[in-house]
Design a protein around this ligand. Structure first.
Ligand SMILES: [Zn+2]
Length: 260
C-alpha cells in the first residue's frame, strides 16, 4: 500500500507544531512519502534575536530553519515546495491562483492523506484560514477527477478541553491565559469534532528538537514550562473533513489508519 502524506501550511513552524510527531512515527516506514508545501517563508514573523536575521533576510533564514527542523526530527520531506506568497497577505492572493498552484503539486503526488488548517485556522491567522480553504478546494477537485489518492483530508485543530488545560497551567504559573477571542491566540474546537488523536509521546523529544530549530521564533517554545511543552508535543489532533465524519464515529489514532 502507498502511504503518501501531503501537508499544506502557511508558515515555517506551522508544520512542526501541526504534524512533526505524525511524520516521526512513520520515519522508518519504507512506503512512507512526505510532501510539504509552505505558502509563505514567514518573513513577517518575529526575530527573537537580531543576530539571527534582519527583516530582509528573515524569509530565507526561516526556510533554512524549517529544513533544519526536519533534519533534527530525523525525517526530511521527500518533496518540499515554497509558494513564497507574502507573509500575512495570503488572503489577498486570488483564490483561484492559490488553488491552482497547490493543486498542481498535489496532482503530481496524488497523496493518500492531506493535512492543512481548518476554518478556524488554529489561531484565526488569516494566512492559515486562506491556505486551509485553498487546499480544501484543491483536494475536492483532485479527489473527484478519478485518478486516485485523496482518500482523507485532515484539518489541524486544538480540542477545547486541551486549550482549557493549557490555560490552567498558564494561570497557575502566574501568566496570562490565552484568549481565543483574540486574533493569533489559539482557539479550540469542540472535543466531539476531533476525529484524529495521535499519541506522539514516543517521539516527543524529536518534536522538541525540531521546534528548537525555529530559532528566530524561539520565544514560542522557550517561554513554555515543561508541563506546557509536554502537553504540546505528546498529542496531535485533527478534524476529519473527508471522508464525512460525524461526532460519535470512531476516532483515528494515526493519519493512515483504516486506509489499507
Ligand atoms: Zn502560522
Amino acid at each position: 500500500m502507498s502511504r503518501t502524506l501531503a501537508a499544506v501550511v502557511a508558515h515555517p513552524d506551522d508544520d512542526t507544531f501541526g504534524l512533526a510527531g505524525s511524520v516521526a512515527l512513520h520515519a522508518d516506514d519504507p512506503d512512507f512519502r512526505f510532501v510539504l508545501i509552505h505558502a509563505t517563508s514567514g518573513e513577517a514573523g518575529m526575530i527573537s534575536d537580531p543576530s539571527l536575521a534582519t527583516r530582509e533576510t528573515l524569509g530565507r533564514v526561516r526556510e533554512e530553519e524549517d529544513r533544519r527542523s526536519w533534519a533534527a526530527l530525523g525525517r526530511v520531506p521527500d518533496r518540499h515546495e515554497w509558494l513564497r506568497y507574502p507573509d500575512h497577505a495570503v488572503a489577498d492572493v486570488p483564490f483561484e491562483e492559490s488553488v491552482e498552484r497547490i493543486a498542481a503539486i498535489l496532482g503530481e503526488e496524488r497523496p493518500d492523506v492531506v493535512v492543512t488548517f481548518g476554518p478556524e485556522g488554529v489561531t484565526a491567522h488569516p494566512d492559515h484560514i486562506a491556505v486551509g480553504e485553498a487546499t480544501a478546494e484543491a483536494f475536492e477537485r483532485l479527489r473527484t477527477d478519478g485518478r486516485g489518492g485523496f482518500r482523507r483530508l485532515i484539518r489541524i485543530a486544538i480540542p477545547q478541553t486541551l486549550l482549557e488545560s493549557w490555560n490552567e497551567l498558564l494561570v497557575a504559573a502566574g501568566r496570562e491565559p490565552m484568549d481565543p477571542t483574540q486574533l493569533y491566540h489559539p482557539r479550540g474546537v469542540p472535543d466531539g469534532s476531533i476525529g484524529l488523536i495521535v499519541d506522539t509521546s514516543s517521539v516527543a523529544d524529536r518534536v522538541v528538537a525540531a521546534l528548537e530549530e525555529h530559532r528566530t521564533q524561539a520565544n514560542d517554545i522557550q517561554d513554555m514550562s515543561e508541563q506546557e511543552r509536554a502537553m504540546m508535543v505528546s498529542r496531535e489532533h485533527g478534524v476529519i473533513s473527508w471522508p464525512p465524519w460525524a461526532p460519535g464515529d470512531p476516532v483515528l489514532h494515526d493519519v493512515f489508519e483504516g486506509l489499507d
